[in-house]
Design a protein around this ligand. Structure first.
Ligand SMILES: [Cu+2]
Length: 439
């Protein structure tokens, strides 16, 4: 259960695309009353029964970020590895919707031709969603230009209103059900479109660090509740995609699983390595590892081990220390429960970063009419935004080193070394996963 990587929908592997389509089809097939089903989730946007979506400030960016997470959580209840892909209409030039969303049918894993859930979704009134007839030749280039201009906005407000305009253009130009708030959420491409908006916002945030405006931070994101509580999520809860546990991958990369003590050949072409802003190995731990160790990353040195030299070794890409317990695995006790609330003497709310597997239910404050049990159910604890012990190792410089110029493949070997310099067995370490994040 590591970091969720959201990818360009045109960069998904065959397997990933099957998983996504199967998860969507499964959501479509759930009963209309199911809290995790498509009917309820898609209805959160423009109803029925209630239109919660926010267009304009506050809430446009924050509300849709919370919405996408709820939708992604629901997809992952059907296929656990699925992440929401994005429709990159903003880099231009491009026409129409992405290839995986273009055809009414596709050939599934068993070789049967079946409806393509990325082409249309079921409408609450019956029938399927549709798009403008000329969608495949419709251009989005001018909207891409607007989106790129928005990326240079100096303030959150300016970014929000500029990107809102480009976003609206994509709705109108896609046409059909995407062209109206009441029906847009029933066309699955809505979620890919908004993932792109969310990605642009995350990129803008990275380039313009600073807190959200106060009204945005305090804004209630109905009907989404904080994990294991009945309090509403607020704008500030969704401020950081990293804290929420996901990242966007700008480049098309299909990477093999990365493990300690196993050589992995990464196909990261020189073109990408030259253009990327950074490449980091993310070591993910949902709880503090039971032991302290150091990870050493070596490139093109499959025989690297705990005795490999650190000083003057051109194969060494970097090291990172993971500080752990000396004792057995961490078990939550009374002292772990809601430290922020205890400190503040409050019982009603606390920052989302503290609300996780160990947070208490704070009772049931009144929220005026919306039954909480219609909201999406809480994600599993490991994904719930509780305290995490993730560390990252930046290997950008090593991947771009002159000796690797032009090579399209790089071999990576990760060595784990303990406090006395001994080899550490991965089975003894509580790591959820290792991802290469290329941005
Ligand atoms: Cu929208």
């Amino acid at each position: 259960m590591g970091m969720r990587i959201r990818k360009n929908v045109t960069c998904l592997s065959t397997d990933e695309l099957h998983d996504l389509r199967e998860a969507l089809a499964a959501l479509y097939a759930l009963p209309a009353s199911s809290a995790d089903g498509f009917r309820v989730l898609a209805g959160f946007h423009g109803g029925p029964p209630t239109a919660y979506c926010r267009h304009g400030e506050p809430g446009f960016l924050t509300w849709h970020r919370a919405y996408l997470l709820a939708f992604e959580d629901a997809l992952r209840k059907q296929r656990c590895n699925v992440t929401l892909p994005f429709w990159n209409w903003s880099s231009g030039p491009t026409t129409g919707v992405p290839e995986p969303c273009r055809n009414p049918t596709y050939v599934n894993r068993s070789g049967a031709t079946v409806p393509n859930p990325l082409y249309a979704g079921p409408k609450p009134v019956g029938g399927q969603t549709a798009r403008r007839a000329t969608i495949d030749t419709t251009t989005f280039d001018d909207l891409a230009t607007s989106a790129q201009a928005a990326m240079t906005a100096a303030t959150f407000s300016s970014f929000s209103s500029q990107i809102d305009g480009a976003h609206g253009g994509v709705h109108v130009r896609t046409g059909g059900d995407m062209g109206a708030i009441e029906t847009a959420g029933f066309d699955s491409i809505f979620y890919l479109h908004h993932a792109n908006i969310d990605r642009l916002w995350a990129d803008w945030q990275a380039a313009h660090p600073g807190p959200l405006p106060a009204a945005e931070a305090a804004f209630d994101l109905l009907p989404f509740t904080r994990p294991f509580t009945t309090t509403w999520q607020k704008g500030a809860d969704v401020e950081s995609v990293t804290a929420l546990g996901y990242a966007y991958r700008r480049f098309c990369l299909i990477l093999p699983p990365i493990r300690l003590w196993t050589e992995v050949v990464l196909e990261v072409p020189w073109e990408i390595r030259r253009e990327m802003a950074s490449a980091r190995l993310a070591f993910q731990a949902g709880r503090m590892p039971a032991t302290s160790f150091e990870v050493r990353a070596f490139l093109d040195d499959p025989k690297a081990n705990e005795a490999s030299a650190l000083a003057g070794n051109a194969a060494l890409a970097g090291t990172v220390g993971v500080f752990g317990h000396r004792s057995v695995a961490h078990a939550p006790g009374p002292a772990d429960q809601c430290p922020v609330c205890a400190k503040l003497g409050r019982t009603d709310e606390h920052p989302a970063v503290e609300a996780g597997a160990e947070a208490l239910d704070h009772g049931a404050p009144e929220h005026g009419g919306v039954p909480h049990d219609q909201g999406p159910t809480a994600p599993p604890p490991a994904d719930a935004g509780g305290e995490r012990f993730d560390v990252e190792l930046d290997i950008t410089a090593a991947l771009r080193a002159p000796i690797r110029m032009g090579a399209d493949k790089v071999s990576l070997t990760l060595v784990a070394v303990g406090v006395t310099g001994e080899r550490v067995d991965p089975a003894t370490i509580a790591l959820d996963g290792i991802e290469l994040i290329v941005e």
